[in-house]
Design a protein around this ligand. Structure first.
Ligand SMILES: [Ca+2]
Ligand SMILES: [Ca+2]
Ligand SMILES: [Ca+2]
Ligand SMILES: [Ca+2]
Length: 500
C-alpha cells in the first residue's frame, strides 16, 4: 500500500449559513449549557415551570441573541432560520427559507432557553425540495417530568414538582463526548441496587455507519468507541434482583472542535468490495481576490494520506499551514490503526490532521487499533483561521480491477461527506442526490475526484464561531464532467476556482 510512490501523477452558490444567534454559544463542546455569545436581557436562568402554557414573552424589543420565547419566529439575517422555535409554537423556523438539499441544521423543538439543558438535546432538520425546512427530528425535547432521576422537562432541575419521588435509577441528562474516543458505560452510576442482568444498547443518527455497539453489551461496565460525530442515544435496561426491569435512555452528543469532515463509502470493507477512497482538504494558498493559480491536490496545501496522518506528517505541510497544535490529546489519542499512539508520542494533535487512511479493511473488525478496522476517514482543523477557505475533495484511489489495489473488481463507489462546524452537522452530501465515483485506468488522481464543497469560518453576529459552506456546482465550463449531479474531475488539478 505504498501510495506515495504514485504521487507523480501528475455561481449562484449557496451559502449554508447559521447566521442567527445562539448557534455557537450553546453548542461548543465543553460548554454545553453555557453561552459565550452573550446572555440577552430578559433571559431567565431560573427554572420556569409551565413552559407549555404559552410563550413567556414579556414585551419589549426582539433581541436576536436572547434564547427565550418571543412574539415572532426568527429566521436570522439571511432568512434561513436559526434552528430555534423562537415563538414557541412547536415548529422550528416555519416560514424561513433554505437553499439546497443536503443542507442540514441542528434544531430544537421547545422553548429555546431549554436547549441543551437536562435531558434535552438537539435534533436535525433537513432542507426539503421546496426550499423550506423539514421537521426537526431525532432530538430529545422537553417532556413531562417523571420520577427517574433525570430532568425530563429540561428546566435545570431533576424530578422537580413530583411528590414522594424516589427512584433507584439515576438517569444522566445529555452528555458530551469527543469523536475517536471510548465512552465509558458504568452500571452503578445509573443503578446501585442488586441486579440479575444488564443490557446496554446504542442507536445512531443516519449519518453514522456502521453503528457502533458496546464492547460487552450485557456486562455491568463496558464502553463504546465513537468514530463519528453525531447525536447518539444510549440506553440501559436492568433486571433487578426482584425481577423488575428498570432503565433509562439518554443522548450522547459526540462533537469535535472547529472543522471536522467525515467520509464514508459504501464499498468499504471486505464484505462490500474493499475499495480505497480518500478524503482531501485543500487550504486556500493564493491571495485574497486571486481566483486562479491555486496549487493542485496532492501538494503541501492539501491534507491527505501522504502528508497528514500522524505516521506520514510532512514538514512541508506543517510549515505551509503553520497552524497551532491542539495540546488536549483527547482529540486524537484513539485514532485508529495505531495512529493515535503516534500523536501521543508527538505530545500534540497537529492541525490539520487526517485520523486514518483506510486502504483495505475487514468488515466486522471491532478493535480500532487493529490495522484491519474499517472506519470513516476524518480530517480535523480544530482552530480554523477565520476567513481562510478550505476545499473538500474525495478521490477514488484504488484501481478497482486490480485486486492488489484493494478493489476486488468493484469499479464504482458511493461516497458520503458530512461536514461539522463546532460539532454541529451543517451539511451531508452524497446521498441525495447519490454521487458515484468510478475507477479509471490507474490509481489515484487519474480516477474520479469529487469536488465537494468550499468551507470558510467567521464570527456570527452573536460572537459565535460559524461557517459557510458552498457546494461546488457541477459546471462543465469549469471542467466538471457533463451529466453528473456532482462536480467530478479527473487529474490532480485544483478544479473550479474558489467560491470564496
Ligand atoms: Ca416556531
Ligand atoms: Ca427560528
Ligand atoms: Ca425538571
Ligand atoms: Ca425526572
Amino acid at each position: 500500500m505504498s501510495k506515495t510512490s504514485l504521487l507523480s501523477l501528475g455561481v449562484s452558490l449557496l451559502s449554508l449559513s447559521l447566521v442567527a444567534c445562539g448557534g455557537d454559544g450553546r453548542r461548543r463542546p465543553g460548554g454545553r449549557s453555557g453561552s459565550d455569545a452573550g446572555d440577552g436581557t430578559g433571559s431567565d436562568a431560573a427554572p420556569r415551570p409551565g413552559y407549555d402554557a404559552g410563550p413567556g414573552f414579556d414585551g419589549g424589543p426582539v433581541d436576536m441573541c436572547n434564547p427565550a420565547c418571543g412574539p415572532i419566529e426568527i429566521c436570522g439575517s439571511d432568512g434561513s432560520g436559526d434552528g430555534n422555535d423562537d415563538n414557541c409554537n412547536g415548529t422550528v423556523d416555519e416560514g424561513c427559507i433554505c437553499g439546497n438539499i443536503g443542507e442540514t441544521r441542528s434544531c430544537f423543538r421547545g422553548p429555546p432557553d431549554r436547549r441543551d439543558v437536562g435531558s434535552c438535546a438537539d435534533g436535525i432538520m433537513t432542507c426539503t425540495e421546496f426550499g423550506t425546512w423539514g421537521a426537526c427530528i431525532d432530538g430529545q425535547f422537553p417532556e413531562d417530568e417523571t420520577c427517574d432521576g433525570a430532568d425530563n422537562d429540561c428546566n435545570g432541575v431533576a424530578d422537580d414538582g413530583l411528590s414522594d419521588c424516589s427512584t433507584a435509577v439515576i438517569c444522566p441528562g445529555t452528555q458530551g463526548a469527543t469523536p475517536l474516543n471510548f465512552y465509558d458505560l458504568r452500571g452503578e452510576t445509573i443503578y446501585t441496587g442488586a441486579a440479575r442482568s444488564w443490557q446496554w444498547n446504542v442507536s445512531c443518527p443516519p449519518t453514522v455507519s456502521p453503528c457502533p455497539a458496546p464492547e460487552a453489551p450485557t456486562a455491568k461496565d463496558t464502553r463504546i468507541f465513537f468514530a463519528q460525530s453525531g447525536s447518539y442515544r444510549v440506553g440501559l435496561a436492568v433486571v433487578t434482583d426482584t425481577g423488575e426491569t428498570v432503565g433509562c435512555e439518554w443522548v450522547v452528543e459526540v462533537e469535535g472542535a472547529g472543522l471536522r469532515v467525515e467520509l464514508l463509502w459504501d464499498t468499504q470493507g471486505t464484505a462490500n468490495g474493499d475499495t480505497d477512497v480518500d478524503l482531501h482538504l485543500h487550504r486556500k494558498s493564493v491571495g485574497v481576490g486571486v481566483a486562479t493559480g491555486e496549487t493542485a491536490f496532492f501538494t503541501k496545501d492539501d491534507c491527505y494520506f501522504g502528508n497528514c496522518k500522524a505516521s506520514s506528517y510532512a514538514d512541508a505541510l506543517r510549515t505551509a499551514w503553520a497552524m497551532e497544535d491542539t495540546t488536549d490529546l483527547n482529540a486524537c489519542r484513539e485514532a485508529p490503526h495505531g495512529e493515535g499512539a503516534q500523536w501521543v508520542s508527538k505530545s500534540a494533535c497537529y492541525n490539520p490532521r487526517l485520523d486514518v487512511d483506510v486502504v483495505r479493511c475487514t468488515s466486522g473488525e471491532t478493535d480500532p487499533a487493529n490495522g484491519a478496522f474499517c472506519a470513516p476517514e476524518n480530517i480535523n482543523v480544530d482552530n480554523p483561521t477565520l476567513g481562510v477557505p478550505f476545499r473538500i475533495m474525495v478521490n477514488y484511489y484504488s484501481n478497482g480491477r486490480d485486486p492488489l489495489g484493494g478493489g476486488g473488481g468493484v469499479d464504482q463507489t458511493h461516497p458520503q461527506v458530512n461536514i461539522y462546524c463546532g460539532g454541529e452537522l451543517r451539511a451531508a452530501f452524497g446521498s441525495d442526490p447519490l454521487v458515484t465515483l468510478r475507477n479509471g485506468a490507474e490509481f489515484g488522481a487519474a480516477n474520479d475526484n469529487w469536488m465537494v464543497a468550499d468551507v470558510v469560518f467567521f464570527r456570527n453576529e452573536c460572537g459565535g464561531l460559524d461557517c459557510l459552506i458552498n457546494p461546488i456546482p457541477s459546471d462543465p465550463r469549469q471542467g466538471c464532467e457533463a451529466g453528473s449531479a456532482a462536480c467530478i474531475v479527473r487529474g490532480a488539478d485544483f478544479g473550479p476556482p474558489w467560491s470564496f
